[in-house]
Design a protein around this ligand. Structure first.
Ligand SMILES: Cc1cc2nc3c(=O)[nH]c(=O)nc-3n(C[C@H](O)[C@H](O)[C@H](O)COP(=O)(O)O)c2cc1C
Length: 318
């Protein structure tokens, strides 16, 4: 598989990143991905029990990952979260090599992280934000299209249109995210000028992911039309269709206010769905590519299937 600047930047063999996924991207998944030659990513709230401390949870996850791999792994920090200042210090103290920032302004912590010697990638959903992130000194951007599972940008740009436009304006490496689950998607992303990919939904359906088995099975059963965007006005989010998304869409259609929607969702709806397996009452963040995922694999099998499939996809193009 092609070696790109992303491999050198992150100290990995293959330019594949496992997306950070709130609640369910813990030490075991990240270590398995990193041991397979890609970059594993931990979320601070992975597997957290109700009432547990978010900073201590992150520290526990990082220590566990360090016990499972000697390879580099990353932490995903949502910049709008209240605990982010403390997370940044824990990440530096523990010796993490890479941070992926999202959902906020990269101006706030990029400098601190870079001065401590970490590499910083920032998730963007538009050319404007990619330019801004580069100006703040990040080492690379992850251009995430509207196909992606979880929170999305407001402008509904798909990976196919976003990635080449971002590649056209920044000098730093671009990683493509959203709608990629196999070697064909990786080759397409590299053809668009990306130097790596980030996959989320594909890694939910792995043995090592903390996702509840019912959530993993729901992804395996999902068809092409199984996901939907809710929160188009307040914060677009892609997830599996179900009772909760139907209720949200109905509320949105009836003009519900932000307060009403937030009150309905509460803080832990996605925990309930993704970690506890309450498919009816929980949220299930999931990308549109779920329809192509037909089985639960190990994280190493996911990475290897991409690496091995890559050459035959490329050969088929000439
Ligand atoms: C269940 C789930 C939870 C996610 N949570 C986060 C998150 O907490 N922070 C973040 O930056 N991205 C999050 N994402 C986005 C992923 O990191 C990744 O960019 C995205 O899944 C890529 O698109 P794909 O789902 O088509 O592979 C989440 C995605 C999923 C599927």
């Amino acid at each position: 598989m092609k070696r790109t600047r992303v491999c050198d930047l992150l100290g990995i063999d293959y330019p594949i990143i496992q997306g950070g996924m709130g609640w369910i991207a813990g030490a075991e998944l990240a270590a398995a991905v990193s041991n397979a030659g890609a970059l594993g990513v931990i979320c601070p709230n992975a597997g957290i029990k109700p009432g547990d401390d978010l900073v201590e949870n992150l520290r526990r996850q990082l220590t566990a990952a360090q016990g499972l791999t000697a390879k580099p792994f990353a932490v995903n920090l949502a910049l709008a979260e209240p605990a982010v200042k403390e997370w940044v210090e824990v990440v530096i103290e523990v010796g993490v090599k890479v941070v992926i920032t999202s959902a906020g302004n990269p101006a706030t912590y990029t400098r601190r992280l870079k001065e401590a010697g970490l590499k910083v990638l920032h998730v963007v959903a538009s050319v404007k934000h990619a330019r801004g992130a580069e100006a703040q000194g990040v080492d690379g951007v992850i251009a995430e299209g509207y196909e992606a599972g979880g929170h999305n940008g407001f402008d509904e740009l798909t990976t196919f249109v976003l990635v080449p436009q971002v590649v056209g304006v920044v000098g730093i490496p671009v990683v493509a995210a959203g709608g990629i689950a196999d070697a064909r998607g990786v080759v397409a992303a590299l053809a668009l000028g990306a130097e790596g990919v980030q996959m989320g939904t594909r890694f939910v359906a792995t043995h090592e992911c903390l996702a509840h088995p019912s959530f993993k099975e729901a992804i395996v059963k999902a068809e092409d039309t199984a996901t939907v965007i809710t929160g188009r006005k307040l914060g677009p989010t892609r997830g599996l269709k179900g009772k909760v998304t139907a209720a949200l869409l109905e509320m949105e259609g009836a003009g519900a206010s932000r307060q009403e929607l937030e009150a309905f969702l509460g803080l832990n709806r996605s925990r309930k769905g993704e970690l506890e397996g309450d498919l009816e009452n929980g949220e299930l963040y999931c990308g549109a590519i779920a329809g192509m995922i037909t089985g639960i694999m190990s994280a190493e099998e996911v990475v290897q299937s991409v690496v091995q499939g890559y050459s035959s996809v490329v050969a088929g193009l000439s």
